[in-house]
Design a binder for this molecule. Structure first.
Ligand code: TYM
Length: 333
């Protein structure tokens, strides 16, 4: 990372290595990060302690940690400009999460978290305590680095708001320790929907992977998924979230991956059918994935391990400084 300057704001974000990253993660989060690198001090984490809130296969988890780091790099995160690190390598994250569990987070806050309700479903009593407490660890991730901006997809907005509330409460009691963060959410593409059930978010933990285009899907598999994606009734290509949610989602994907404007696309496809539109969208997705995977395949495990090991020291110094400040403030250091 370039030397932190007073004029540059810090941004922090992360992704769980809990499944196959998809174009939703790319459009909603990673593509924002890439465009913010010049202007900000950027810290991007592979948040493996978040992934274990649901049981993971150890071998797969290990693989996913390397895979996500390669995805960050292939997408255009430049290790000379931004810091990429593994969350679990920095013990300050879990230490601060514990302190915030005690001083800042409240049961009433966590009970409001919609993602917990969605993920736990009917099993709220039997899922792990970690799944319930996950937003507090996320708050610790953000607050350790004096983060001002948190670029995420729409589903994480509530968690960033909780981090703000926790920081304000803590500051109120112990002085001006934490910077108050703010979520940065795209106007378009903040919530990419599933291909077969467009009322549902495209999710890497979806048991039906035909709902998602994974960044590492073969281009031909992705083509088939697009051609099989559901469409709405009618024949016109229109952007109308209420009445044409499936088409609106496909138009958003087209615009984001093909670098086009939605109104222009709608104009270009006037009078043309869904079949032609989907065929062209499939070409856009295939081109995007082919170029992305060419870069991905050139990155070795060794290169990734080296980046993670080097960055550990940089990040640890920043995180430990803030943790010490917090410990002093509460009287345990
Ligand atoms: P995670 O791993 O579920 O998702 C990673 C990022 O991808 C975004 N995203 C989407 N954006 C658009 N459309 C979609 N369908 C879609 N699905 C996912 C998410 O909003 C997210 O930005 N708790 C976080 C990870 C985390 C974090 C943090 C983020 C841990 N600590 C600190 C920011 C700051 C999570 O589970 O994201």
């Amino acid at each position: 990372m370039e030397k932190k300057t007073e004029t540059k704001k810090t941004i922090f974000s992360g992704i769980q290595p809990s499944g196959n990253l998809n174009i939703g993660n790319y459009i909603g989060a990673i593509s924002q990060w890439v465009s913010m690198q010049e202007k900000y001090n950027c810290i991007f984490s592979v948040v493996d302690y978040h992934a274990i809130t649901v049981k993971q296969n150890p071998e797969e988890l290990k693989q996913h940690i390397l895979e996500i780091t390669k995805i960050y790099l292939a997408a255009g995160i430049d290790p000379e400009k931004s810091v990429i690190f593994q969350q679990s390598a920095i013990s300050a994250h879990t230490e601060l999460a514990w302190i915030l569990n005690c001083y800042g987070a409240r049961i009433a806050d966590l009970n409001k978290m919609t993602q917990f309700k969605d993920k736990a479903g009917k099993n709220q009593e039997s899922v792990s305590v970690g799944l319930y407490d996950y937003p507090v660890l996320m708050a610790a991730d953000i607050l350790l680095y004096d983060t001002e901006l948190v670029p995420v997809g729409e589903d994480q907005k509530q968690h960033v708001e909780l981090a703000r509330d926790i920081a304000k409460r803590f500051n109120n009691d112990y002085g001006n320790i934490f910077t108050i963060p703010q979520a940065v959410i795209r106007k378009e593409g903040a919530r990419i929907m599933s291909l077969l059930e467009p009322s549902k978010k495209m999710s890497k933990s979806d048991s039906n992977q035909n709902n998602c285009i994974a960044l590492l899907d073969t281009p031909e598999a992705a083509r088939k998924k697009i051609m099989r994606a559901v469409t709405d009734s009618g024949t016109d290509i229109e952007y109308d979230l209420e009445n044409k949610p499936a088409l609106s989602n496909l138009l958003t994907i087209y615009a984001q991956l093909g670098n086009r404007e939605i109104p222009r696309l709608v104009k270009d496809y006037r009078g043309k059918g869904y079949g032609e539109f989907k065929k062209d969208l499939a070409d856009v997705v295939v081109k995007f994935l082919t170029e992305f995977q060419t870069k991905y395949n050139k990155i070795s495990d060794k290169e990734v391990q080296k980046i993670l090991a080097n960055n550990q020291k940089i990040v640890e110094a920043i995180a430990n400084k803030k943790l010490t400040e917090v410990k002093r403030a509460i009287g345990i250091s």
